[in-house]
Ligand binder design. Structure first.
Ligand code: ADP
Ligand code: ADP
Length: 237
């Protein structure tokens, strides 16, 4: 089953300065991600990878083309359905984007508070999520007391709080050392394998794709220049 489908998607931004041309960030991109898959998008800085992620979670609307999640065109959703869609999509970031003034538990609880869950439900769910990511003992710590790898585990727990179908990872290991990167990638594999969550990762690092993804899409200048099984696309010529 196709969970994410971009069809002929173009995203143009207005000219950054007067007189300059507009910026074509994503140029006629078509992409299918099957449910349960780990799909990577690789490319240099400026290739259009982050824009694709922002189109998938409806933070941006395409200039033309359509974005479908689970068979629904998300560019046509009303406010209520858009909120529901956001609960179906979790996101993790290179710089973790944690709330520094909240505890680890408070960070993970946040999306559940926004969703209006009861206090008892939140406490139980937060404990379950922290166990899943291996941070059971850190509930009362603050982000500044954690290592980079632990911070990303909190980010992953927070992204999973509302039981999303899709996890979007934006350079999620780029701020981590190689050993910690492997640990976080292993956790992402567990998220995919044990929870059946579809993962779309963007990265400029070939090793991340090799370790994690089954399928890869190579972007350059807003376009897909190659795609297929990781082994076929990234094996040395
Ligand atoms: P990547 O994630 O691969 O580095 P991006 O999607 O961030 O690529 O950017 C693709 C292109 O779109 C770049 O030229 C970038 O400068 C431009 N761009 C991205 N976001 C914006 C924006 N909000 N306004 C104007 N230009 C943007
Ligand atoms: P903050 O002070 O950062 O807002 P709190 O410690 O008040 O965070 O926790 C926010 C929410 O997280 C609480 O309402 C509770 O539901 C949940 N929570 C807090 N501590 C724990 C814990 N040890 N185990 C599970 N859930 C917790």
């Amino acid at each position: 089953m196709t969970l994410i489908r971009l069809s002929g998607v173009t995203k143009t931004y207005p000219a950054p300065v007067k007189g300059a041309g507009s910026v074509v960030a994503v140029d006629d991109v078509s992409l299918d991600v099957e449910a349960g898959q780990i799909c990577g998008i690789i490319g240099y800085s400026g290739a259009g990878k982050s824009t694709v992620l922002r189109l998938v979670n409806a933070l941006e609307a395409p200039t033309s083309g359509s974005v479908e999640i689970d068979g629904r065109d998300i560019t046509k959703l009303r406010e209520k359905d858009l909120r529901e869609l956001r609960g179906d999509i979790g996101m993790i970031f290179q710089q973790f984007n944690l709330f520094e003034s909240r505890t680890v538990a408070g960070n993970v609880a946040y999306p559940l508070e926004v969703a209006g869950r009861s206090r008892a439900e939140i406490t139980a769910r937060v404990a379950e999520l922290l166990d899943f990511v291996g941070l059971g003992g850190k509930a009362k710590n603050y982000p500044e007391q954690l290592s980079g790898g632990q911070k990303q585990r909190v980010g992953i727990a927070r992204a999973l709080a509302t039981s999303p179908k899709i996890l979007l990872a934006d350079e999620a290991t780029s701020a981590l050392d190689p050993d910690t990167t492997q640990e976080v990638l292993e956790l992402l594999r567990k998220v995919n394998r044990d929870l059946g969550i579809t993962i779309l990762v963007i990265t400029h690092e070939m090793d991340v794709i090799r370790t994690l993804a089954e399928r890869v899409v190579v972007m350059e200048d807003g376009r897909i220049i190659e795609s297929g099984e990781v082994f076929d696309v990234l094996s040395a010529p």
